[in-house]
Design a protein around this ligand. Sequence first.
Ligand code: NAD
Length: 433
Amino acid sequence: MATTPGRVRSAFKSGTPARVHRNPFDDVLEQIDRAAEVLHPDADALEPLRHARRQVIVSIPVMMDDGRLRVLEGYRVVYDNSRGPGKGGIRYHPDVNLDEMKALAAWMAWKCAIVDIPFGGAKGGVACDPLKMSDGELERVTRRYISEIFDLIGPTVDIPAPDVGTSPRVMAWVMDTFSMKKGYVEPGVVTGKPIPLGGSGGRLEATGRGLLFVTRETLRRIGHVLSDSTVAIQGFGNVGSNAAKLLHAAGARVVAVSDVSGAVYDPHGLDMPRVLAYYRETRQLRGFPGTELLDNQQLLRLPVDVLLPAAMEGQINADNASELRARIVVEGANGPTTPEADQILSKRGVLVVPDILANAGGVVVSYFEWVQDRYGYFWKEPEVNERLEEKMVAAFDAVWTTKEKFEVDARTAAYILAVDRIIEARSLRGLYA
Ligand code: NAD
């Protein structure tokens, strides 16, 4: 359950970047400049956005199962909290570092501003390899990390969530550690929790469901309907499989889906409930009866209305962008399109719906989880889904209006909208001195 927005190329779900990239916070600065070229804010309004509000590094001594003590490094960054408390995941990955956290925190601020939820942007993490750690080690790291940043998080301060390498199980430990230290139960300190601890119905499918709404709205804007459209989806994890299931249920013809083992293709449309059952049983797509087996590159080049990359970063790049035959790319993954590919697609008239809008359904339902925790009253899942639709459609409309007003591509429009909303909040609050 990752929440990485923006043109991320160095900090991804899959771990190792496709290629080494410069400081990702430089990308943030570039995006601010891109928005500023259109918005022309005064320099004083812009300057604070060039700095993260708070950056914390902590040492985490932890006893490993083999009896040895290791000291890990943990981080928590709040990039901006002008619109509300910080919001952003906790990442456990060997590559976690301060610059990455700053960039990811900024992209969380963009994302929250675009879907207009009352949060700023934050991110945290521990440089470690969770795949090589036992449950006991993970629990000890989590509890000590949360103890170290205890004063800096809370339901009105900064609210963590899962990200790469962490899970609802880890969030349960976050909630418990915080609650034990406070002396009362505080579910609103963290989202992405298991449902019995105050998690929200609909969270698991939320990113895929958000993608459904955004895809539907994009098609509508170009005079198409879902029920008359073909879709190819790369990646069949949380995001890809839920998007496939929901798009199919909404009437789209999903002709191809893929995982790391390859892609299955049927130009007449895949029977998605059967594909999902097959995948649950075999843990792979390869071999699904009655379909043609393609590789992931072939999937990207299929002649479809919608291509939905939902696997990893940099999949659409300078090598394949000129050969894509999709009319629309809806970015389910974070950073699936490189900047070079973006330019090629733009010249070819392919509409790219950027990740910071398209995959924001997860953070919207995280917000709903926080609201429900604070109320102590939980909505039924259909209500969560209905409110998600409302938020995603409103965000889509706002980005589209910005796109048309300034005659820019959808990605630039998303940056403009985010930066504008954050600057507006900052200027209304004024400078506390
Ligand atoms: P996941 O780990 O559940 O699934 C990833 C999928 O990609 C798997 O099916 C895997 O087989 C496939 N894959 C891996 N390498 C591949 C390759 N080379 N070619 C084709 N497929 C490959 O991850 P997820 O949670 O579904 O996240 C996918 C992307 O969406 C990531 O970029 C993540 O940051 C982003 N995202 C996730 C969420 C969320 O709520 N889960 C929210 C926003 C953004």
